[in-house]
Write a protein that binds this ligand. Sequence first.
Ligand code: GUN
Ligand code: ZN
Length: 442
Amino acid sequence: MAPSKSPDVTAIRGDLLYCTEDPAVAGPGRALEHVPDGLVVSQGGVITALGPAADLLATLPPGSPVAHYPGCLVAPGFVDAHVHYAQTEMIGTFGAQLLEWLNKTTFPAEQAFAERAHADAVARVFVEELLRNGTTSALVFCATYPASVDALFEAAQAENLRLIAGKTWMDRNAPAPLLDTAQKAYDDSKALIARWHGKGRALYAITPRFAPTSSPEQLEAAGALRREHPDTWLHTHVSENPQEVAWVQELFPERAGYLDVYDHYGLLGRRAVLAHGIYLKEKELTRCHETGTALAHCPTSNLFLGSGLFDVAVARDRRRPVKLGLGTDVGAGTSFSLLRTLDEACKVAQLRGRPLHPVLGFYLATLGGARALALDDRVGTLRVGHEADFVVLDPAATPLLALRAARAQSIVDVLFALITLGDDRAVRATWVAGRLAHERAT
Ligand code: GUN
Ligand code: ZN
């Protein structure tokens, strides 16, 4: 039966696949749940039941539509822990490393967001790209202009997407049209929090771009705003590139290191998410652990900009594990797909000498990402009471995937083939709050 666009009760049938635990803690075998021919039922956008289809089909109200995806995996929607919507159209622009890339490519592209019509158009494409790639939750940088935030949240609300986003703060070291001041960034963000935080599925992140583009006064103002709104998120970048790290030390000579700048201004803690962290030192990782600060690993971006090789194993060291999610970091990142992102994460881990187990990768793209974003009480796994956000993955989406899937030895093998070969073509459908939001053209 064709799935209805907005029924109250929805049932999705396929092979359920989800993590219930951190595989490094529970072991990959125990962390991953696989229910062949399962059913997940939702009502009002929330999961009400899940289990074997043979048990649950008979419990559905008469006439309930069932979206049946034989041979496909029904998984929690992917979580993108760091992405820039205002960089959507500049993805894949040839250039140099971080600081030059920002000046030559990024800042000019973000200036176009002063125009609301441009922001609206790109926001719609961005939301569409998330859905085409099975991403149902994301932590998003907007441009400096408050209206660019309105554009994104309006586009996201049209699809009922769970987004955390905020206006970028910058009061130095960027072109004048992109700059605000400590006071203006504070005032604009406070107004945006009042307008958007907790409205539908929208959540707000206070978003200083990174230490070099904020004066001490602006970071102070960001800390003050965070104290006034402790239930908001804090989103920034840290220790991505060696020149950047050296520059921060020059700009803040009185601070012990890059992380200490954010620590000093009260910007770390639960719901603080820092992108990259490739060059964080042991003490800094310990401080992330102590404060509950999360990192977003963005391998396609790190390779594209030649930033370096993040070490997942070091970050997650069992003695002081740092919460970790995966970010696409478009437009330094080269794909909206968490599958492509995972593939690159696996390769980076190989170069670091410690392979990334596919179950751990899948965890980072779902429940681990939700934990990093402190959203795990509502998304990231399949559980009664959680929000009904799903990605339906087709292990035989392309001729090569089909060939590979036919000889797969186990569900973990299927998963690894999807990570290695999959992209938006492997996303058969995306469901958001119990509603079909994207279906791949067949
Ligand atoms: N550091 C500061 N701004 C940015 C950005 O837009 N992209 C990346 N990758 N790093 C940054
Ligand atoms: Zn970024």
